[in-house]
Design a protein around this ligand. Sequence first.
Ligand code: NDP
Ligand code: 2IT
Length: 444
Amino acid sequence: MSYVDEVYNYVVEKNPAQPEFHQAVKEVLDSLRVVIDANEEEYRKDALLERLCTPERQILFRVPWVDDKGQVHVNNGFRIQFNSAIGPYKGGLRFHPSVNLGIIKFLGFEQIFKNSLTGLPIGGGKGGSDFDPKGKSDREIMAFCQSFMTELFRHIGADTDVPAGDIGVGGREIGYMYGQYKRIRDTYEGVLTGKGLTYGGSLARTQATGYGLLYLTEELLKCNGSDIKGKTVVVSGAGNVAIYAIEKAQQLGAKPVTCSDSTGWIYDPEGIDVELLKEVKEVKRARLTEYAAARKSAEYHEGRGVWSIKCDVALPCATQNELHLEDAKQLVANGVQAVCEGANMPTTIEATEYLQQNNVMFVGGKAANAGGVGTSALEMSQNSERLSWTFEEVDAKLKQIMVNIYHNIDDAAKKYGMEGNYVAGANIAGFLKVAEAMKAQGIV
Ligand code: NDP
Ligand code: 2IT
């Protein structure tokens, strides 16, 4: 059996009942075959792939908190410190009831390669909790965040592990967690990114993932003889990534016509009103029915369905495994040119393969959504030098990071004989830097 298959079986056996983690590992290992097979004995002897697929450290903890009625609740807290070969662990925190160990491990595993692709010195990590922020009062959110940090603080630090936001964790939650960290440690340091602008945050971090997704999509289309301008874009999600993807798509002359949340979706043929969407989601924290109620041109539908709308470009920006094979078939039948992932692993393996086989340009999340963590690394740099850069400076660096990523993954795909396979290009380019650093640092 090839070393790659051996390690995949090993991962499944050692990590039972973690399907998302298996899926993420399978996608990476499959595309590394061409690299690994060429040096199989060397990699096998060093157990390089087993080490790569096993987190350096897994932290699981209890998070007790008291609701507004005086009732005590207990949630599970996680931090997976996956790989520190190229820098301190870096990656977001997700608060969502679906969170479990396997989901945090898939996210932490993908973060290793994504962070490598940014070209910046950040290792891979991820964390979170099965806490559901929906419907909680501000005081309950604060109580939870403080309790979460009261346990997490001992494991993190500006040069050790630097968490940030993800689903359910935005500026408000980062603020409460930062305050508690500072209080316990009595240290003012860049231990979290995505901080508010008054206490060490970076301009453009809020926008970075969505903007970065569009910078990469723009470059992808340009280099393939097309143009983002004038394109109809279908977006899923209505959170941080989706909102700023929609905003940048409009700035670049494209027309985003959909968004969605976990209860329904909007089709707005005149183009999404991004200011209204921000008001509904960022200010009121309300459902998309409020968007539809305030906008004549918008249709609201229950359930899922954005992929049924005819488009040139599709940008899944909500959550994992939200774009299935049937959706891919519908997109192809409707003439989609490109699919770029704003979310982490939103497209199933079967859907990805179908899109690739039908000549759709497909860029996975490790490359396409790396602008968020890339800008987090820029926030770390600003914190280290105790300076703040202007919006324009950060935005220009973000754009350069995304353009570089596109060319890096395109070159890697060509070099290994898989031109146009940006998934393989991203996995290979991300892997090679980490593997070299691991090798140089010995058996650790
Ligand atoms: P938010 O919490 O801001 O928004 C998430 C959006 O997706 C909401 O509209 C939410 O709807 C919807 N959603 C979440 N879970 C589900 C689900 N299980 N089913 C249907 N809809 C769902 O998160 P972000 O925008 O920050 O994150 C979106 C994706 O992007 C995630 O995959 C995340 O890992 C990834 N990502 C985020 C980065 C960042 O910087 N924030 C960076 C790189 C990737 P509802 O409100 O109804 O739950
Ligand atoms: O998935 C991701 O890359 C993020 N949620 C952002 C991580 C970060 O450290 O900014």
